[in-house]
Design a protein around this ligand. Structure first.
Ligand SMILES: Cc1ncc(COP(=O)(O)O)c(C=O)c1O
Length: 380
């Protein structure tokens, strides 16, 4: 803490009085943020940060370069390229760029879909559990989002999707790889096959579940290679600070950086000003923690999710649903009110097929199945 104090003092050129005035707020914020480092944090997709990523975040603030003028920042350009060159093969796509998160990536992907459509079709299909950013993107783009029912695992019903496509051909089909509520993975290959049949775009929202592409579970996203676009958020599943999202695609779009934006506006990309804040944290994670450690942390999180699921299954007769993407949902008997645990950031509440359930998200490598289970023991 004292090192942090002197760093803040020197960075901001504060004198002692000024610093102590700010200190109360700084301390309160630090305590609040410690929630994500707790062993019983499983409320949301906010991870505890990989420490080297913080260095990248700090440096991006000090650097503050804008890649709309890439000629001024050759180091930043080089690092951005290195990361995209690392990520693209993992996601089996030729092209990609960083985004401010998947809300923006989903909007951009559907924008491309609309531009590439040879017809004036307007319908977009996605699961009823698709992230709200999909329906919002459709609204912005003047498209019509139609939700498709899910099965009891939270996956989009392919039969219902097929029937819907036959009634109204879509401009795009969106498959979710790791739904926000329960981590369900829609059948990507079926969605791609249907999109091909109806000559429409196929976008995969892999904001959360995309991390499986880094480990031996990539087969769960089989077919991803053939998707027209894929969104992924290292700021959810790879211990990175926001904003850090990536959009992958198969056909090149005009780059945002590399053209003189004052002479020729970058029209084909949603990105405006951006710099190292989107990727320097990830670069420092790779440089100082290394890919191997990121993978270990990811595997650890998934093991903890599995352990929590098995413990609940064995020791209770509650309804429990697990997903390979590291989210466990459960429903205790009606008289159990877990509001106190929600307030502590241990669990959150969601709905699956109109049923209210509790949810544990294994986003942080600090989260321990044992601690979550202990928190629930009083309710058995
Ligand atoms: C599946 C899915 N897609 C998209 C998003 C939106 O991502 P962001 O918050 O980075 O904009 C989320 C956020 O939780 C998500 O879970």
């Amino acid at each position: 803490m004292s090192q942090l104090t002197s760093l803040i003092e020197s960075l901001l050129e504060l004198n002692n009085t000024e610093y102590s005035e700010a200190q109360t707020f700084i301390d309160k914020l630090i305590i609040e943020g410690k929630l994500h480092h707790s062993e019983s944090w499983a409320a949301h997709m906010t991870p505890s940060l990989d420490p080297p990523a913080l260095l990248g975040q700090l440096l991006s603030g000090l650097h503050n370069g804008n890649l709309l003028s890439p000629e001024l920042y050759p180091q930043l350009v080089k690092i951005e390229k290195q990361l995209i060159d690392w990520l693209c093969p993992l996601f089996q796509h030729e092209y990609g760029h960083f985004t401010h998160g998947s809300t923006y990536a989903n909007l951009e992907a559907l924008w491309y879909a609309r531009q590439h459509s040879p017809t004036d079709l307007t319908v977009v299909y996605g699961s009823q559990d698709a992230h709200y950013s999909i329906a919002k993107a459709c609204h912005i783009l003047g498209l019509q989002f139609k939700s498709i029912v899910t099965n009891d695992q939270g996956e989009m019903s392919i039969k219902a999707l097929q029937q819907a496509c036959q009634q109204h051909a879509p401009v795009a089909i969106v498959a979710t790889a790791g739904t926000s509520s329960c981590g369900a993975i829609d059948s990507i290959s079926s969605c791609i096959a249907l999109a091909k049949q109806f000559s429409s775009w196929c976008h995969i929202d892999a904001a959360w579940g995309g991390a499986l592409m880094l480990i031996s579970k990539s087969h769960l996203l089989a077919g991803l290679k053939e998707a027209d676009s894929v969104s992924f958020d290292p700021h959810k599943a790879l211990g990175q600070p926001r904003p850090c999202g990536v959009l992958f695609y198969r056909q090149p779009v005009e780059p945002t950086s590399g053209i003189d934006y004052l002479m020729q506006a970058p029209k084909q990309s949603l990105l405006g000003s951006y710099g190292g804040e989107l990727f320097l944290p990830l670069w420092f994670s790779l440089l100082l923690s290394g890919e191997k450690k990121l993978i270990q942390q990811l595997n650890h999180r998934l093991q903890q999710a599995e352990q929590f699921y098995c413990a609940l299954k064995q020791q209770t007769d509650w309804w429990v649903l697990s997903s390979p993407a590291g989210i466990v949902c459960f429903r205790p008997p009606d008289h159990c009110d877990l509001s106190a645990l929600i307030q502590q950031g241990i669990f959150s509440k969601t709905t699956i097929n109109q049923q209210s359930v509790y949810r544990a998200v294994f986003a942080s490598d600090k989260t321990e199945a044992k601690m979550l289970f202990t928190a629930l023991e009083g309710y058995f």
